[in-house]
Design a protein around this ligand. Structure first.
Ligand code: ZN
Length: 314
């Protein structure tokens, strides 16, 4: 009897310790994250194609989340409309957290929220691509409003990525902050599933000065942050340098990194659905983005030196 009680007590203590450990590690609101992923990838969003009612519905959700998180808008609004060179019109959702120490320097955290819409009567829900990144923006914003960074953070949900990086190119063409004050852009696109617990970090081949920062983040992260998929010598399909919104920054001469999972058989498939995601991994991937942002924030001096010709922003 006593032995049983003692065992029960020890088990109880271990469970409590485990729960405490989890509470200490859990920095983002995982419940809100998964719920937003579910909502953004629901049929009601009609595949979130740029310029559609479904896209506007997804945008309204993100505006609501940015406001609730306590992000600040630029010029009184979170919505930044654009029209691209090809005539594609959309709306980016953008807000910021002012930095405590370097308010005039910015890290851009971005993810596109648009997807392919409805084709032949089938809704392309794009749960991985890229409801996963868009939902991550909202919880990361909430985290960093509560844990203010030294450097200012701009959160940008880009529209029109699937139409040719239209929203991110519009953002870079007319950024809400001085372009020279952007230290780096961190792009999340397809972070919702991976059976091997691995999130690829793309861009250090061309930007080797970022390797120490990425490796610092990797040492802290709860997913495997692995550098790669950025060597042109490996061929177009194994070089993701131009595959998403990070390219809009890189092509303009701004540092950028891309975070995304290994190729997925349901990429641009109507079955890229919420129930195909690996939610444990997804939560850990977003937790790991907290590590990435914190390391980049602490490494702002390194980032500042990446572009020696950078004009003073002040
Ligand atoms: Zn995408």
């Amino acid at each position: 009897m006593r032995a049983v009680r003692a065992t029960a007590l020890i088990v109880g203590m271990l469970l409590a310790a485990g729960a405490l450990g989890l509470a200490q590690r859990a920095r983002i609101d995982a419940t809100a994250l998964v719920d937003d992923l579910r909502q953004l990838s629901a049929d009601a969003m009609e595949g979130r194609r740029v310029g559609t009612a479904g896209g506007a519905r997804a945008r309204a959700l993100l505006v609501d989340r940015f406001r609730a998180a306590g992000l600040r808008p630029f010029a009184g609004t979170f919505e930044q409309p654009f029209r691209g060179a090809t005539g594609v019109a959309g709306v980016n959702v953008v807000g910021y957290v002012p930095g405590r120490v370097r308010p005039d320097r910015y890290l851009v955290i971005g993810a596109h929220y648009d997807h392919l819409g409805i084709r032949d009567g089938r809704v392309f829900n794009g749960a991985n691509d890229n409801a996963s990144g868009a939902a991550a923006l909202a919880v990361l914003a909430a985290y960093f409003v509560q844990h203010r960074p030294a450097t200012s953070l701009v959160f940008a949900a880009f529209d029109g990525e699937e139409a040719g990086l239209v929203g991110s190119r519009a953002f870079v063409a007319r950024p809400p902050v001085p372009r020279a004050a952007i230290l780096i852009a961190l792009n999340m696109d397809m972070i919702g599933r991976d059976p091997a617990n691995t999130l690829w970090v793309v861009g250090t081949h061309q930007q080797p000065a970022l390797v120490p920062l990425v490796d610092q983040a990797a040492a802290r992260a709860s997913v495997v942050l692995r550098r790669g998929y950025d060597n042109p010598a490996d061929g177009r399909s194994r070089d993701w340098t131009r595959d998403s919104d990070h390219w809009a920054f890189l092509e303009a001469g701004l540092p950028a990194l891309y975070f995304g999972v290994e190729d997925f058989a349901l990429h641009h498939d109507p079955d890229d659905d919420f129930d195909r995601m690996t939610l444990d991994f997804y939560v850990r991937a977003v937790e790991s983005m907290v590590d990435v942002v914190e390391v980049m924030d602490a490494g702002a001096g390194t980032l500042e030196r990446l572009t020696p010709a950078r004009p003073r922003a002040r």
